[in-house]
Design a protein around this ligand. Structure first.
Ligand code: PMT
Length: 396
């Protein structure tokens, strides 16, 4: 997806071992459609050669203040003029200290000081350097100055120690950059979502389930987080990474999903994307059911309808339902909206089954039906977020 089309990003690289991850980051930002100008410190060139970045971005790499390929010799000012953001990844403890105190003794720190665009930094350092009060003081100062701090992550470090201080992975940083540019339509809102299938146990080794992949719900969770909401995602069993900034609660069955949703309230918005099993085996067998009889009849009982229960609460959040239909989408989706008294239902045609990367969606609200152009699930999720935000702000 070309989420950064038309943007120009200055990528600053300072001297830490995580500089090798900045190569992949430069590639991802470029792949997302942006022009990437890389600026390295001298120390960074000890870890990765400028030529690597030049090959990945197709643009010259700047290292020195004294490179005079600019007509006016003012690279330290020119490079951020017209840029949409300056991202420093990795940002070492030393570089953050420079930022905190306004030093400008090399090209990158001078650019930071002379910039007229937003600055984002991805700290990367040994865990002791990170928790050192001096570093924490500097990070607080820099944050207070309006710099966006991305990470750091926790885990195994290049030095062999384990703790907080690792740079976020390139993919996560690229997503954070994309999120940075999304309009904050849901700022201050608490969004609760369900996603994925549920599994209803038949016996210790078998379940009743469906083919929901969770992709639509996860795309919506990401779109809500990008829009500035605080997001809790109650997820059935899926193989998807948690979107950045989203709190995820894993559940298996419909009953667990219902309890997790009720416990996660209050929320301002509840979006039920999960394909919840309507029925569960009345009495799951304690031991594996043995093959024997020619026919086997399952005794099923209805699961609680989570969305209906939340929508009926006295202080109900703004509730959004989903309807997956293989035919008569408008009729069935509108029926679900009315039955559960929902302000909005997202109807999707699932003739080709679940789990794909794209979707075909129509929104149903009191004003009528609003078909969206077919698209990938993240693009559609962002369109759904825009519609929800419009409805909420009209109501406010
Ligand atoms: O996960 P993917 O592979 O990306 O696929 C996404 C999806 C097709 C599963 C998703 O877009 C979708 O449409 N989910 C709802 C499926 C459906 O039709 O559910 P339903 O008709 O059983 O329920 C209607 C609404 O009530 C849904 O919002 C559902 O989450 C909710 N519900 C249903 C039953 C129940 N016990 N509790 C509920 O909350």
């Amino acid at each position: 997806m070309n989420d950064l089309q038309g943007k120009r990003i200055v990528l600053g690289v300072t001297g830490g071992i995580a500089a090798y991850k900045a190569c992949e980051l430069a590639r991802l930002i470029g792949k997302a459609g942006a022009d990437v100008d890389v600026v390295m410190t001298e120390a960074a060139t000890q870890f990765v050669a400028p030529l690597t970045f030049q090959a990945l971005t197709g643009r010259p790499v700047q290292v020195s203040m004294w490179q005079t390929d600019r007509a006016n010799g003012m690279a330290h000012i020119d490079l951020t003029r017209g840029a949409d953001a300056l991202l420093v990844a990795p940002a070492t403890a030393d570089f953050i200290a420079k930022l905190a105190h306004g030093f400008a003794d090399d090209l990158l720190s001078s650019l930071c000081l002379a910039r007229d665009c937003p600055l984002l930094i991805a700290p990367a350092m040994n865990r002791q350097m990170w928790i050192n009060p001096a570093t924490q003081r500097n990070v607080a100062q820099v944050r207070g100055d309006g710099v966006v701090i991305l990470g750091p992550a926790s885990g195994e470090q290049a030095c062999g120690e384990v703790g907080e201080g690792r740079m976020l992975e390139a993919e996560a940083l690229c997503q954070a950059l994309i999120a940075f540019f999304q309009p904050k339509l849901l700022a201050g809102k608490r969004v609760l979502l369900t996603a994925g299938p549920t599994q209803e146990p038949l016996d210790p080794v078998r379940v009743l389930t469906n083919l929901s992949s969770g992709k639509m719900g996860y795309a919506l969770a990401r779109a809500c987080a990008e829009a500035g909401a605080s997001v809790t995602l109650v997820s059935g069993p899926v193989c998807l990474p948690t979107p950045a900034g989203v709190t995820r609660i894993d559940v298996v069955s419909a009953l667990e999903m219902r309890d997790a949703v009720i416990n996660a309230l209050p929320a301002d918005i509840f979006i039920a994307v999960a394909a919840v099993a309507d029925y569960r085996p009345a009495a799951p067998a304690a031991h594996k059911i043995k093959k024997g009889a020619e026919r086997l009849t399952l005794d099923l009982v209805a699961n609680p309808d989570i969305l209906a229960e939340v929508a009926a609460l006295p202080d109900a959040p703004f509730c959004v339902g989903f309807a997956a239909e293989s035919q008569q989408l408008a009729e069935y989706a509108e029926a679900k909206r009315r039955a559960k008294r929902l302000p909005l239902v997202v109807g999707n045609l699932v003739q080709d089954g679940l789990g794909g990367e794209a979707n075909q969606i129509t929104l149903f609200d009191a004003a009528g039906s609003h078909p969206l152009p077919p698209g990938d699930k993240l693009t559609l999720a962002r369109a759904i977020v825009r519609h929800i935000a419009e409805m909420i702000h009209a109501h406010d």
